[in-house]
Ligand binder design. Sequence first.
Ligand code: ADP
Ligand code: MG
Length: 387
Amino acid sequence: MNIHEYQAKAIFSRFRVPVLGSHLVRSGDNIEQFCESLDAQDWVAKAQVHAGGRGKAGGVVRAKSKKALASAINAMLDARLVTKQTDAAGLPVHAVLVEESVQIRRELYLALLVDRECGQVAIVASAEGGVDIEQVARQTPDRIITQWVHPGAGLQPSQVRTLAYALALGKDQVRQLQDILFALFELFVSCDCSLVEINPLIVNGEGRLIALDAKINVDDNALYRQQDIAGLHDATQGNRDEEEARELGLNYIKLGGSVGCIVNGAGLAMATMDLVKHHGGEPANFLDVGGATTQDRVAEAFKLVVRDTHVKAVLVNIFGGIVRCDLTAQGILDALQAISLQVPVIVLLQGTRAAEGRQLLENRHAHLRLANTLTEAAQLAIRHASA
Ligand code: ADP
Ligand code: MG
């Protein structure tokens, strides 16, 4: 789960990671009055969306007068911001973070993430922080250094020194980095994060290290024990269909290809997508209807997938274990009653009550086709999707 910059910065403050003083303005607030109440003159307005790349897209604007600040905020609020990390429609801005504008001596990059290869938290740092870190990663990967924290031993002072040396920090800043890294590591573990990223971590005019940007991703599987963070979920920042699926308890991720996939079980869904790709197709989505799915859920899943206008064929792959194939088939028939199906649907039913399920679907709809193997189903779906 993703949260906003201002929310991540509040968590940073709690763990004593230095951030700037700031104010949050929301849609509906009296902007002019708010700007009048400020005492300093030089501010930065930052659109709060679940995407980076705002700096280059007009989502981070410096304002040197109250009037300029008010107009920057008004331009952002209730508009949509398109950055290179969003799709063409962009994301709606309902809040703007107003921070003092600071003098920046250096922009560094710092991130903590889970390295699944070795099962450890990796600390990634670069002296080349700022808005072009992706380019640094592509063109000069040697400027990015990594330290892995052993879960038993924890973060070691020697690792802090290695990172500080790579970042070419002065003596006083090494101590600051040490405090920041220990605080971030504690935050990362206790909030069940999958990513904490600070880009840029700046050295300001007085030589102080400050997190100027903040990104926190929390592992969805841990949200049950991170109730405070779960409460920060902002439904306006997600894909509308993904949000709807979430409410229905379906695991749906939109991908952009033309073969819609409806599968029971995450592993089988991954394997189905692999096979679609293997035969030259592109999956339109990942969708796991769950191991103990019901007729209703299949019907809802079906409606969700065919609503995507990129979908040119649907591949339904159900392996009946606990799930009964006849109930799945009934779910498909229910969905067909509710929608006018325009694309071919290839169905593979195997396992519990597969024969009954197939019987239910036989000759029921001009667009329905039954397959006997997964390869046959994938090939049929791809052929129809590219026809
Ligand atoms: P994004 O990563 O979405 O582009 P950032 O918060 O990293 O947004 O801001 C982009 C750039 O704007 C930063 O790299 C920094 O140079 C500048 N910036 C951001 N906040 C401030 C601030 N408070 N004072 C001065 N410059 C800032
Ligand atoms: Mg940034």
